[in-house]
Design a protein around this ligand. Structure first.
Ligand code: VGL
Ligand code: ZN
Length: 199
């Protein structure tokens, strides 16, 4: 069985949002259409407490896109975004949520970020999604959403490590593309056995 995994199509990653991904809104309508063809639909939702350690505002003298060393590795810093209960954390108002059979929230622990739908950024702490998919007999995953070079890329690579088939529909993603991050993410995904498809 196949599932469509829709990554972080939330207000803060779209036009006018706190961490707007260029042209992010453009993915909403075609993702909605693809839901009709999916065996199952899973949505992820970036979901941070106030004062989350991935926010540049929590690190004196740091600005967004700079990095800090965390116990689990290098962490890119971001503007405050997707704060639990805030409007920016809501799904894009036009995103269909009726087809979603599972919504995975991630990044809710203050001291560790979680780009991937499967593991927090320590690459160890599971979200539970792998077990959910396996119990349902879902082995083939199609990833779409925001942002291609962070949460989509990390999710798709983890999917391969966990033994799922993984395709990223790059036409239904948009990238932050800071400092070559899009090209690096696409190379890493290809290396991991993720299929990149444009339609
Ligand atoms: C994301 C940066 C911070 C993403 C989430 O959804 O790609 N990027 N939090
Ligand atoms: Zn985040």
């Amino acid at each position: 069985m196949q599932a469509l995994i829709v990554i972080d199509v939330q207000r803060d990653f779209c036009g006018g949002g706190a961490l707007a991904v260029p042209d992010g809104d453009a993915v909403v309508a075609p993702i909605n259409a693809l839901m009709d063809e999916a065996g199952a639909v899973v949505l992820t939702q970036d979901w941070h407490p106030e004062g989350h350690s991935s926010f540049a505002s929590q690190h004196a003298g740091k600005t967004p896109l700079e990095t800090v060393d965390m116990p689990y590795g290098t962490q890119v810093l971001w503007p405050d975004h997707c704060v639990i209960g805030s409007n920016g954390a809501n799904f894009h108002p036009d995103l269909r949520t009726d087809r979603a059979e599972m919504i995975v929230r991630k990044g809710f622990r203050r001291n560790v970020d979680s780009y991937s739908a499967f593991f927090e950024n320590d690459h160890e702490t599971p979200t539970g999604l792998a077990g959910y998919l396996r119990e349902r007999g879902i082995a083939e995953l199609t990833f779409v959403g925001l942002a291609l070079d962070f949460c989509v890329a990390w999710s798709a690579q983890d999917a391969r490590r966990l033994g799922f088939e993984a395709t990223v529909r790059t036409d239904l993603c948009r990238a932050i593309d800071a400092d070559g991050s899009r090209a690096a993410a696409e190379a890493a995904m290809t290396e991991a056995g993720v299929k990149l498809a444009a339609s």
